[in-house]
Write a protein that binds this ligand. Structure first.
Ligand SMILES: [Zn+2]
Length: 412
């Protein structure tokens, strides 16, 4: 071949390869879009652990999911329907449980976008003997936890345990293998299928209104207020991790400590759940998820705080997702909603983030605290730009100041 011919051939090969590459990448992209359009979240695991007085079933999801819980009688079952989800084929369809509290758990793709979890349990007939709630992060991005047994509801008689909780948590990653986490959020989605002749115990949700003790102070100004601040995660629980490795626990602590300074300067008494990179529960890394969260709640309740604020950063599998969300306990007080909204609004304005709204949730720390409470997802640590912003001194300062201003707005 002449040199010219060789060059032409080479050029043609390049064009062909390039064409093939574009075709491939477009196909891959199209497939990705199709996946996303379907918007189904993978249910990746169903794990069972038993102890003397409790059976815990943990359903691992790849992302936040909506779910609804119902109970059926004779035989007793607790059913959790997870919307917009698909069941990973690796999950055993049925697992028996060696416990007097629950006999078996079965999972199935109920319809094209619903995964159904059924637990055979006589506990279903007594609301005090089971609990369903969600946790974010840990061994999976999102977990639905079902407890059966002699459940202690140490709520001091003020918060009534939420039994009937549908859930959809924020996508904040409460990370730590098998450990703590906060966030539970519920979206009371009505069950469309009432065709079942079996008894449904929907009435439970009427009992779940959070009754505040009424001792908290909401007079104008920050001076003299008692404020409980909870930097999310800590210690063995890193929380979500950003693309460059920045941890949620560290940023949450930086923001909260700066906020503490601002509040103290304005005359408030501040109760921090943690001031260092530690767990809050006395058992540290050995504490259960719930013990860790309860320890945070206790700091607020035991000190009779006027408000409780948990500071987190959000996280999502799609790194393009960004923005700020204020969460309050969805069956809680109007004050909680106002608190979450006021803080969220200030952050959105100051950090110029997307406004994801003030949303009802079922986060443990929000529902178990006696006073108006909010959990703030300042921005997405999984979003590269927001990770950088939050990692910077300017970002931390702005976030702390914005939350401070939001608190001021709340008290009026
Ligand atoms: Zn978090």
């Amino acid at each position: 071949m002449t040199r010219v011919k060789r060059s032409v051939l080479f050029l043609m090969m390049c064009v062909t390869l390039l064409g093939a590459f574009f075709l491939y990448s477009h196909t891959a992209e199209a497939a990705g879009f199709a996946e996303r359009a379907k918007n189904l979240t993978a249910i990746e695991g169903v794990r069972i652990s038993t102890s003397g007085d409790k059976v815990r079933i943990v359903v691992d999801a790849a992302d936040e999911v909506d779910y609804q819980t119902k109970t059926l009688a004779s035989p007793g079952r607790v059913v959790v329907d997870i919307s917009n989800a698909w069941l990973s084929p690796k999950i055993a369809k049925s697992q028996s449980i060696d416990s007097r509290f629950a006999k078996a758990v079965r999972v199935a793709q109920f319809d094209s976008n619903t995964v159904r979890i059924v637990v055979d349990t006589e506990m279903a007939t007594n609301a005090n003997n089971y609990d369903v709630f969600s946790l974010t992060g840990g061994s999976a991005a999102y977990r639905i936890v079902m407890d059966f047994g002699n459940l202690q509801k140490s709520t001091g008689g003020t918060t009534i345990a939420v039994k009937k909780s549908g859930g959809r948590a924020s996508s904040s990653g409460e990370v730590k293998a098998e450990k703590k986490s906060t966030e539970t959020k519920s979206a009371e989605t009505k069950s469309a299928e009432t065709k079942s002749t079996e008894t449904k115990t929907e009435d439970r949700k009427t009992k779940t209104t959070k009754v505040s003790k009424g001792t908290y102070n909401r007079s104008p100004g920050i001076d003299g207020k008692r404020i409980a601040l909870d930097p999310g995660h800590g210690g063995s629980d890193t929380g979500a991790i950003g693309p460059t490795g920045v941890t949620e626990k560290s940023i949450a602590l930086r923001i909260t400590k700066r906020l503490e300074e601002l509040l103290k300067k304005a005359g408030a008494t501040v109760y921090m759940t943690r001031t260092g990179d530690t767990e809050v529960a006395k058992d540290g890394a050995n504490a259960s998820d719930i013990d860790e969260l309860q320890a945070r709640v206790d700091v607020a309740n035991d000190n009779g705080a006027d408000i409780f604020l948990s500071i987190h950063l959000d996280s999502f599998t799609n790194s393009e997702v960004s923005g700020t969300t204020g969460y309050y306990y969805e069956k809680g007080s109007e004050e909680s909603r106002e608190l979450a909204a006021a803080i969220k609004n200030r952050i959105v304005k100051s950090l110029d983030t997307t406004d994801r709204g003030a949303k009802g949730s079922n986060f443990y720390v929000c529902r178990k605290t006696d006073m108006p409470a909010a959990l703030i997802e300042v921005a997405f640590i999984s979003n590269p730009a927001e990770e950088q912003l939050l990692h910077s001194d300017t970002g931390v300062e702005k976030a702390a100041k914005a939350i401070f201003d939001g608190i001021k707005d709340y008290f009026g």
